[in-house]
Design a protein around this ligand. Structure first.
Ligand code: GLN
Length: 489
């Protein structure tokens, strides 16, 4: 019994039901939960959890920062929230975000923009998006862990801008049941914290990564989880046994020189500790941003079809049963400008005259990107059946056909974002395409479904902001990714 007293007490948990200085929590009235709390695991450790507002909770409404969901109250709770409650979580509130996850600065929100606590007085800068509110909640130590979602960088970018850790697991590892979909083939639940260790503990020590969710069709089944876990080494060897790849295509012109310097310094530090650092090339990455901004809006346009004022959404005053004005009223008033832009973009690229030139091409690029990653990693992608070689036909050349021999690496190292957080006042002046540019370094891992993490690194020439550095691993190699991230911080 003494052990229970040795667990840290979290004291009185304040419920964040009002707008805060940084506008990172959503003001919402507490609801009466419909189902009892799940029993806690015997070794559960109490912690404070902030939840992005596109993840369903029973205690608070789930609005996705959108007028169309008004005070939408979910009748059930997301699997991930239940799983974290079993592990000791107390939900302290819902966090502000970009509407339906669409954006990179948490400014496309009915609640107004999230402000970054690292801002200088009177000069507010972006907290990153779309999980900006979750990042700020952990940065300010109001939550120990925050849940976000990462479709094309929405956990990693806010982490980079706020100096926190943002982890996007392998696609299909954590359940998405109860997470409002943006683009199903890319959506991933991610975790934010101030250190790597609490994330590692939660995901691996408590066995979260092994839990299949039958309610989520994209949750990896038990057999596949076992196969993947067998294929990935369980522990990180000493750094002298690791090869770290520097993907040359990530060294873009737009990269802030001081972020580039932090990237080089991180690579040098790993090399000084014995790691082998080599340049690698992922040629198709150059098309990743374009492919992402075709695929994500296409999936979004289909997902958001249900917000029509009938099944979901708020009905306008003139709503008629014939549906003439019902849809346009509900959607016209309910969606913000960026969401409307994505719906139009997605509907167009899926239309019969544009499909071949846009959607199909983007799918092809996605395959090439996945192949590029598989070629540079030492480990095979465990999702694919192991290749059957015919020994009689096998030569040294055929064996290396899909791998680039000496340049094979354990992990890739890159910056998370091309620049430091921009000023909120400048964001308003920028075009949306200009904004999309911000995601250029995070979308490749999303398109390939790979685990990636952003860690803050002290940047020599910036006193105000740390630089976000990204590590990417082969599919399901998450455990070693987190172990290495812990050495980089
Ligand atoms: N900024 C990207 C977008 O707007 C990524 C968002 C996300 O990961 N949810 O689509």
């Amino acid at each position: 019994w003494r052990e229970t007293f040795m667990q840290p007490s979290i004291g009185q948990v304040p419920l964040r039901c009002s707008l805060s200085t940084f506008n990172h929590f959503v003001a919402s009235t507490k609801l009466e939960p419909k189902s009892p709390l799940p029993p806690q695991m015997p070794n559960a450790k109490p912690f404070r959890l902030a939840v992005k507002d596109n993840i369903a909770t029973e205690e608070f409404p789930t609005q996705c920062a959108s007028a169309i969901l008004g005070q939408h109250a979910s009748p059930f709770e997301a699997t991930i929230v239940r799983q974290l409650r079993q592990r000791g979580a107390t939900v302290i509130g819902k966090t502000n975000m970009d509407e339906f996850g669409m954006g990179s600065h948490s400014v496309n929100s009915i609640h107004g923009p999230v402000r970054n606590p690292l801002s200088a007085a009177g000069d507010d800068v972006s907290a990153g998006g779309s999980s900006g509110g979750s990042a700020v909640a952990v940065a300010l130590n109001e939550a120990d862990i925050a849940l976000g979602t990462d479709t094309g960088g929405s956990v990693r970018l806010p982490a980079a801008y706020t100096g926190t850790i943002g982890y996007k697991p392998s696609y299909g590892m954590l359940s998405r049941f109860g997470v409002v979909p943006y683009a199903n083939s890319l959506d991933t639940v991610g975790l934010l914290a101030r250190d790597v260790e609490p994330i590692r503990e939660l995901v691996f020590d408590t066995g979260l990564y092994q839990e299949h969710d039958p309610h989520d069709p994209t949750s990896l089944n038990v057999a596949a989880r076992q196969r993947c876990s067998k294929a990935c080494p369980p522990t990180l060897p000493t750094l002298s046994q690791l090869t770290i790849g520097i993907p040359v295509e990530y060294n873009i012109d737009e990269l802030d020189p001081s972020i580039r310097a932090a990237w080089v310094a991180t690579a040098s530090a790993l090399e000084a500790q014995g790691a082998r650092v080599v340049p690698v090339s992922l040629p198709s990455i150059k098309e990743a941003l374009c492919a992402y901004y075709i695929l994500a809006p296409a999936e979004a346009s289909s997902n958001l079809g249900k917000y029509d004022g009938v099944r979901y959404g708020v009905r306008g005053p003139g709503g008629d049963a014939a549906g003439e004005t019902l849809y346009s009223e509900a959607r016209g008033a309910g969606f913000g400008a960026e969401v409307k832009r994505r719906i139009l973009l997605g509907t167009y690229s899926l239309s019969s005259e544009a499909m071949d030139n846009y959607f199909i091409q983007a799918q092809k690029i996605r395959r090439l990107i996945q192949r590029d990653f598989d070629r540079v990693f030492k480990l095979d992608n465990p999702l694919y059946e192991p290749r059957q070689f015919d020994l009689s036909e096998m030569s040294a050349d055929t064996a290396l056909e899909d791998k680039q021999g000496p340049l094979q690496v354990d992990f890739l190292l890159s910056p998370t974002a091309p620049t430091y957080p921009p000023k909120l006042s400048d964001i308003q002046k920028r075009s949306s395409v200009d904004m999309y540019m911000n995601d250029v370094l995070t979308v490749p891992a999303s398109l390939a479904g790979l685990p990636a993490i952003s860690v803050p690194v002290k940047a020599e020439q910036s006193h105000q902001f740390p630089a976000g550095i990204q590590l990417i691993a082969q599919y399901w190699d998450d455990r070693r990714l987190l172990a290495l991230a812990d050495k980089v911080v």
